[in-house]
Ligand binder design. Structure first.
Ligand code: ZN
Ligand code: ZN
Length: 109
């Protein structure tokens, strides 16, 4: 009793791209700080300790908020070169000296 109900030749599904073709235009990306998605976001790639990380922002303000190092003395965001000593960041040589780092000069120098 060969009861192999042969599946009738399946209607060949037209394998047309079911997923409607994705629009080619660059999709707006979302700022990782404020969540705003808009078409003029930009990416920043940081390399720290050899690790790359990609960030998307809609404004420099958001980028600064997320990425700018903070002075360990006064807590302000460091937007310039800053001063680095033993892995600590200071906004300026004055802050570094205040915490006992002598003989430091701004890296811009
Ligand atoms: Zn933002
Ligand atoms: Zn400072």
């Amino acid at each position: 009793m060969s009861d192999l109900a042969k599946p009738k030749s399946k209607p060949v599904q037209a394998v047309e791209d079911e997923a409607e073709e994705v629009e080619k235009k660059p999709e707006p990306q979302m700022c990782e700080v404020c969540g705003n998605s808009y078409d003029k976001t930009f990416q920043i790639i940081t390399t720290r300790d050899g690790n790359e990380s990609h960030h998307v922002f809609d404004s420099f303000e958001c980028a600064v908020h997320a990425l700018a190092p903070r002075c360990v003395h006064c807590g302000c965001m460091i937007l310039g070169h800053g001063v680095e000593a033993d892995g600590q960041m200071y906004c300026c040589a004055h802050c570094a000296r205040t915490l006992g780092r002598r003989d430091l000069r701004d890296r811009a120098g």
